[in-house]
Design a protein around this ligand. Sequence first.
Ligand SMILES: Nc1ncnc2c1ncn2[C@@H]1O[C@H](COP(=O)(O)OP(=O)(O)O)[C@@H](O)[C@H]1O
Ligand SMILES: C=C(OP(=O)(O)O)C(=O)O
Ligand SMILES: [K+]
Ligand SMILES: [Mg+2]
Length: 590
Amino acid sequence: MSQSLHLFSPSSSSVALPKHSIRFTTSVSTSNRRFPVPVTSFPRRCCLAIRASASASSDPKVLETENGKPEVLSHVTASPEPSTVSSDSASIEVDAVTEVELKENGFRSTRRTKLVCTIGPASCGFEQLEALAVGGMNVARINMCHGEREWHRAVIERVRRLNEEKGYAVAIMMDTEGSEIHMDDLGGAPSAKAEDGEIWTFTVRAFGSSRPERTINVNYDGFAEDVAIGDELLVDGGMVRFEVIEKIGPDVKCRCTDPGLLLPRANLTFSRDGSLVRERNAMLPTISAKDWLDIDFGIAEGVDFIAISFVKSAEVINHLKSYIAARSRDSDIAVIAKIESIDSLKNLEEIIQASDGAMVARGDLGAQIPLEQVPSAQQRIVQVCRQLNKPVIVASQLLESMIEYPTPTRAEVADVSEAVRQRADALMLSGESAMGQFPDKALTVLRSVSVRIEKWWREEKRHEAMELPEVGSSFSDSISEEICTSAAKMANNLGVDALFVYTKTGHMASLLSRCRPDCPIFAFTTTTSVRRRLNLQWGLIPFRLSFSDDMESNLNKTFSLLKARGMIKSGDLIIAVSDMLQSIQVMNVP
Ligand SMILES: Nc1ncnc2c1ncn2[C@@H]1O[C@H](COP(=O)(O)OP(=O)(O)O)[C@@H](O)[C@H]1O
Ligand SMILES: C=C(OP(=O)(O)O)C(=O)O
Ligand SMILES: [K+]
Ligand SMILES: [Mg+2]
C-alpha cells in the first residue's frame, strides 16, 4: 500500500500508477456517529483508511443506450439500441455531442464554457435546431418578447423531440418580456431605416393595416405623458437616436439625430439633460400581467430555466420562486436574474443570492449605464456569481457582426475571449442565432474560441487565486464545500483525467464547477431535469444514471458503462466525490 502515498505528491502524476485503484476515505468518530471530513483537514482523532478496491465487475453487456446518432454509437454492439431514451437502472445517458467530443478529443480538451442560443426565425426549424445541437448548443433560449405562445410551444416541442430521438440534452430557457418600453413589430417588416433629420411619429394610437409612413407604435400607454419636448429617445440603447420635438395627443413627433436600422420590438429608453429618465421604471412591475401568463406557460411546458428581465430587487425573485414551488412540485425550474438595469446593479448581491443564476444582459445594461462602465459591471457580476456559487451567462452582441457576415470582427473574438477568461459559465447568442444569416457559424466561433482560450489558460497555469467564501449555512454544507474544494485542488495537483461527482440535487456538482478545476467534471445525477439544468454550469458533463448509496457499486457500474461506450479506459485516473458518502476517492479506472 505504500505506493498509495505517492498520490499525495504533485510529482506523482508522472509516476507509473498502481495497478489497483486507491481509495482514500477519512472519517472521524464522535460517540457513535461518523462525520466524514475532507482529507486536507485531519482532526487529531481521525483515522486514514487506505484500501485497494476491487475492479469493476458488472457485465458491460447490460449496457443500454438512448437512440443516438448512428456514427456516434456505432461502436456499441453489446445490446440493440432502444428507440426511446431508456430510464432503465442499467443505463447511462449523456448527450450525443459530448460523447463524440470525449472520444475524439479526450477528457482534457472538452469545452468547459457552456453555450446558449436564442431561437428565432433563423433557427426554429427541426433541422436548424439539430444543427445547433450538433454545434454544441447546451441551452435553447426563447424570448417571450417576440412571437406568439404557439410559436414558442412548437420550438419547445422540437427541442424535446430532438433530445428524445437523437440523444441530445438541450435545456430550455424562457425569458420574460418584462415591463420595458418597446416598439411594435413594424407591421411584420424585418426592419425600417431611419435617416438623419427625418421626422418620425411614436404613438400609442392603434392602427389597423393602414399605418401611416414613419409611424411606430409604442407598447406603453403612458408614453406620450411621460416624455417631454427636448428629451432624447434611444432605440436599442442608442443604435438609433431621436429628439422629441412635439407632442400632439397620443402622438410624439421626433427628429432622427443618429440614423440607423429600427428592428421589430426594439427597446426604447429616454434621457433628459443627459441622464436616463428612470422614474417610470420604478412604477412598472418587474413581472407584468402578460409575464405571469408566460410564466404559467413555461411551467406547463416544463422549461428548465426562467430568466426574468429587468429585475430590480431580490423580492421579485423570491416571489417567483415560491410561485413556481407551489405550482410545480416535481419539476424544479431554475430562476435566472437578468442584470440589465441600474437597480439590479445596486442590489446585485441580494438579487444573485436569491436567484439560481444570473445573466449579464449587456444590451439593455448598456442603455442604462454609460457604455464604458459595462465591462467592469460584467466583471463584477461574473465574480459575485462565482462567489455565491450561481451560474452566470454573458450575453448580447458577442458576435453582433455575424448577424450579417460569416466571420466575426477581431474585436468580437477578443470580447468572447475575455468572457471565457473571466470563466463565466456560459456565453449567449441573441440575434446571431435568432435572426442572423449564420447561426451555425456564430456558434462554431463561440465553441472554438472557448476551447482555445480555456486551453491557453490551463497551459499558462494561471490558476487564479479567487477567494471563494463559504456559501452554505449548515455544518453538512461546510463539509461538502471543503470536500469539493479539496478534491478540485487534488485533481489539479495530481493531474487527474476527470472528477466524478454523484449528486441527486446537483449541488455537489456546482461546488466542484465553482472551483474551475483543470479537468472536466463528470456529474452523475438521477433525474433528467437536474441533468438538463447542470448543462448551464462551467465544466460539468452531466450524465443521467440511477445509483444507490453504495459508492463502490456506483463506481463499478459507472466504469463498466462508460468503458463499454468507449468514454473512459483502464488506467484513467479519477477522483470521485458524492453527496451520499462524504469522502474523496482517488483511483485508476480498473
Ligand atoms: N421568437 C422570435 N420571433 C421573431 N424574432 C425573434 C424571436 N426571437 C428573437 N427574435 C429576433 O432576434 C433579435 C434578438 O433577440 P433577443 O436578443 O432575444 O431580443 P431583443 O434584441 O429584442 O432583446 C430580436 O431583436 C428579434 O429581431
Ligand atoms: C439579453 C438581454 O435581454 P433581451 O435580449 O431580452 O433584451 C439584453 O438586454 O442584453
Ligand atoms: K426583452
Ligand atoms: Mg434586455
